[in-house]
Design a protein around this ligand. Structure first.
Ligand code: DOR
Length: 439
């Protein structure tokens, strides 16, 4: 039995409980067992101590959208490497997309992911099941079976469900399980052959563009279907000003919709493509400053509920090729917090908003079937992230735990760094500078 751990004198931020003050946290038997504000110490005398002075202590981050690639693409990522990368990024719960090979469209594949996660994962892995069989968009997957095997949502991510009738049925049936449909919004007739955002830069670079309208059209359609069915819709990787506005209006009408934005869409623009860096090739594409500002406004006014990484690891060989042949995706776990902290440092977001979008808000979308997530409430699982808000570091992909080193941020100086991550009371990541001592 490991000793209780006292996380001492950190700035505890738990937006769900409206806590933002210096204090200490005691973790015992995998749960939060005590939280004290100010200098008060816990009643428990025998424990180890982690000095968190000058650091932020918050609920472990929850990522509603990532790709762990197993089964089928173990050269890009595995559950073992992906969950270690998640822990380094401060994530204690990751929801993995079903675009594996075979896809997670039946109980057997979902059980496989769950068992690998139990034996090899270092953080909580919650699988997402397919909307359609084989992600082909033609026939609904056995949603009831998938729900029974414990998926936390349905999605054909990487592809849209283009058939409106299939989408209608998915939204209809998902109500029975109270699970959300995560929507990859892309009208492929408008994006076929597309490499980047459509605009003056794509023209100059000679790369085929993908217009904002390709996203907006499917967002508009699926909001109408959510209204028709009463099903819960979640818009994945929102990237356009138009989509933000559509979601805002839908929420005003009472349509059951939530939305996410990724760290890269919140912090980078299409200008990153100017050097033909395939590591900046992602779907949806990096857009314009105007779209970025609309997303940030959406985050602030709660049109965009959460931030999710869309961690999409690929091998170096995948990306070291002619631009048109490179797959879409950015490896995101290990730079997410630091890149988002840029928005806090330049006063576009508050620390509390940022943490809420990574903790309590995604927990709410998942629901409480998985236990109390995204909170430091006494009795909740001790999933805790500890970070230094102002430590500067340079992104060196050689240090990544992820097999995917495909980030456009390589070599970049960022400010803010995860120092330790606890999953169910266990230290699953710790920076070398953090020492745990006996009390
Ligand atoms: O860039 C992306 N990569 N966007 C997606 O929607 C899918 C993902 C992947 O699986 O690589």
């Amino acid at each position: 039995m490991t000793k209780p751990l006292l996380i001492k004198d950190g700035r505890i931020i738990d937006p769900g409980q409206k806590i933002d003050e210096v204090g200490s946290l005691l973790v015992a038997e995998g749960k939060i067992s005590w939280l004290g504000k100010g200098k008060a110490g816990p009643p428990q005398a025998d424990c180890d101590v982690l000095n968190a002075q000058g650091l932020i202590v918050c609920p472990g981050f929850i990522d509603l959208h990532c790709h762990l690639r197993q089964p089928g693409y173990e050269d890009k990522e595995t559950i073992a490497s992906g969950t270690r990368a998640a822990a380094r990024g401060g994530f204690t719960t990751v929801c993995c997309m079903p675009n594996t090979n075979p896809p997670l469209d039946n109980q057997t594949t979902v059980e496989y992911v769950k068992s690998r996660a139990a034996s090899e994962g270092v953080v909580r892995v919650l699988p997402i099941g397919c909307i359609s069989k084989g992600r082909k968009g033609e026939e609904l997957a056995e949603m009831g079976d998938l729900a029974a095997s414990g998926v936390i949502a349905f999605s054909d991510d990487g592809k849209p469900a283009l058939n409106s009738y299939i989408m209608r049925q998915a939204l209809d049936y998902s109500r029975a399980f109270d699970l959300v449909i995560i929507d990859h919004c892309e009208d492929t007739a408008l994006t076929e052959g597309g490499q980047m955002n459509e605009g003056i830069i794509s023209t100059r670079l000679g790369l085929r563009g993908m217009p904002n309208a390709a996203e907006d059209i499917i967002v508009a359609r699926d909001l109408a279907l959510a209204q028709l069915t009463g099903g819960r819709l979640h818009i994945a990787h929102t990237s356009t000003e138009g989509a933000v506005e559509l979601i805002r209006r839908a929420k005003e009408k009472g349509i059951k919709v939530t939305a996410e934005a990724t760290p890269h869409h919140l912090t980078l623009t299409e200008e990153r493509l100017i050097g033909y860096d395939t590591n900046a090739k992602v779907y949806p594409p990096l857009r314009t400053e105007r779209d970025v500002q609309a997303l940030i406004q959406g985050i602030k006014d709660n049109t965009i509920d959460i931030i999710a990484t869309d961690h999409a690891p690929h091998t170096e060989a995948d990306k070291l090729c002619e631009f048109a042949f490179a797959p879409f995706g950015i490896s995101g776990f290990e730079t997410a917090l630091a890149s988002l902290m840029g928005l806090v440092h330049n006063e576009q977001l508050t620390l509390s908003t940022l943490i809420a979008k990574l903790t309590g808000k995604p927990a709410k979308i998942i629901g409480d079937k998985q236990g109390r997530l995204g909170t430091l409430a006494v009795g909740a699982p001790a999933d805790v992230t500890i970070f230094d808000p102002s430590l500067e570091w340079t992104v060196d992909t050689k240090d990544f735990a992820s097999k995917g080193r495909n980030t456009p941020l390589s070599g970049e100086k960022l400010k803010g760094r995860v120092m330790a991550t606890l999953y169910q009371g266990k230290l699953v990541y710790k920076d070398d500078s953090i020492k745990v001592k006996e009390r």
